[in-house]
Design a protein around this ligand. Structure first.
Ligand code: PLP
Length: 425
């Protein structure tokens, strides 16, 4: 679970009072829990202990150097999707030899940098990319370790913007074409085949699509293993988290409301390990959201209340530039007041930001605590795909990020100033 709990009526992250923290650092403010990150990593690692496996954290979920450093120290590898992410991993002390490079549009500059850094593997998404990486490796008088990303054509049952494993998605190589592309790869002089990879989508809340995808590709993976001497099979990321969660008080108990328990590392492992352990390949996992999602919150202060004809709006000082998930793919964040006493009075309202866009909201027509001006709320589960998607839209400086470890408060990124907005112009 996570380390955000009420103590003496105030929301804490681990041992730290979030009201005090917000008074010192201002809002909007991202706050991450080191203990939650560690527990998430160790719980997944433990659930898979009977399988030859390695976890490669998907950097794009939360790429703060302090987060990457913490995971590197636990032994994590990294799934990267750009040269910039590789640069961050290296800056954080991560091992490039444990990095897999995914993404459909790798450039010559990025490929060259990744070759120089001797990354573990390029995950190839098209025949054209394979040929290009072969030529770039040749120009650098080296060979590129590769895996092909297979598109298993399964429905991940998730939002269409974060589904990646269907034939109509831009990702991966069609199941039917994979064999031929491996044969081509085997003939290329600057390519070394290392494995096979897939990733069917994000925020999956059931193990069924994972099982379906693995079952679909397993015979082919076995065949390719013998034909091309594969060393690993990466089953990607995608483990979902519980966004609509109860904090200890004020809410009905989430666990009793659900017929099916949420997807957990144990359920995931129980379903997948039996399918995978006889394969004789190292299994790689690329979790992003699972690792950092519930390890972070975004604190924001209520500025105004506005009662319109049709609706009540609570206007806060964070906007879609700070946290775009609700606007981008209908992402849900629980709204929790830092003062527990605010839980009892409830109201149906929209929580909106200051940005000049109607998409700038954190909830619409939701029953929430009746917060007043100057109250601070936490937008829960904002540790993944939150700060990493933040922008300077409306010329708003990026918020600060704090990493909490027990009682320790570490400023993991200072708040941008107005000067920062214009320094590169
Ligand atoms: C984004 C991504 C992941 C991580 O997805 P999560 O849903 O955050 O676990 C893993 N692998 C690849 C190739 C990705 O693009």
């Amino acid at each position: 679970m996570h380390q955000f709990q009420y103590r003496q009526g105030v929301l804490h992250c681990e041992e730290v009072n979030l009201n005090t923290l917000a008074a010192e650092h201002g809002t909007p403010l991202y706050v991450y829990s080191a203990r939650t990150l560690r527990e998430n990593y160790q719980r997944l690692d433990e659930a898979l202990k009977n399988l030859d496996h390695h976890i490669a954290y998907a950097v794009k979920a939360n790429s703060n150097l302090s987060v990457l450093r913490l995971l590197a120290e636990l032994g994590s590898g990294f799934d990267i999707v750009s040269g910039g992410e590789l640069f961050r991993v290296i800056k954080a002390g991560g091992n490039p030899g444990l990095c897999s490079f995914a993404g459909v549009g790798k450039t010559a500059e990025e490929i060259t940098y990744a070759l120089e850094q001797k990354i573990y593997c390029f995950n190839i998404e098209s025949l054209a990319e394979l040929e290009f990486i072969n030529s770039v490796a040749g120009e650098n008088s080296t060979t590129a370790p590769i895996a092909l990303r297979i598109n298993p054509n399964v429905d991940a049952g998730t939002h269409k913007y974060i589904s990646t494993g269907k034939a109509e998605n831009k990702f991966g190589i069609d199941h039917e074409a994979v064999r031929e592309v491996y044969e081509r790869a085997a003939r290329l002089p600057h390519i070394r085949i290392r494995g096979i990879q897939m990733h069917i989508g994000s925020q999956l809340t059931s193990a069924t699509p994972f099982v379906e995808a693995v079952e679909r590709v397993l015979p082919l993976v076995s065949e390719l293993k013998s034909a091309h001497d594969l060393e690993f099979f990466s089953i990607g990321g995608g483990i979902g988290i519980v966004y609509e969660e109860a904090l200890a008080s004020g809410h009905p108990d989430w666990w009793n409301r659900q017929e099916e328990p949420p997807l957990s590392p144990e359920i995931y492992a129980n379903k997948l390990v039996p399918l995978l352990d006889s394969l004789g390949l190292k299994i790689l996992l690329e979790p992003g959201r699972y690792m950092s999602g519930n390890a972070g919150v975004l604190l924001t202060t209520c500025l105004y209340e506005k009662k319109g004809q049709a609706k009540t709006f609570k206007i806060v000082d964070a906007g879609m530039n700070d946290l775009i998930r609700p606007a981008l793919y209908e992402g849900h964040h629980e709204i929790v007041p830092l003062e527990e006493s605010r839980m009892t009075n409830r109201i149906t309202a929209d929580v909106v930001g200051p940005i000049c866009e109607s998409g700038d909201f954190f909830c619409q027509g939701r029953e929430i605590p009746d917060i007043k001006a100057n109250d601070i709320i936490a937008l829960m589960s904002a540790g993944a795909y939150s700060f990493t998607m933040a922008s300077n839209y409306n010329s708003r400086p990026l918020p600060a990020e704090i990493l909490i470890d027990g009682r320790q408060v570490h400023l993991a990124r200072r708040r941008q100033s107005w000067d920062d907005l214009v320094t590169s112009e």
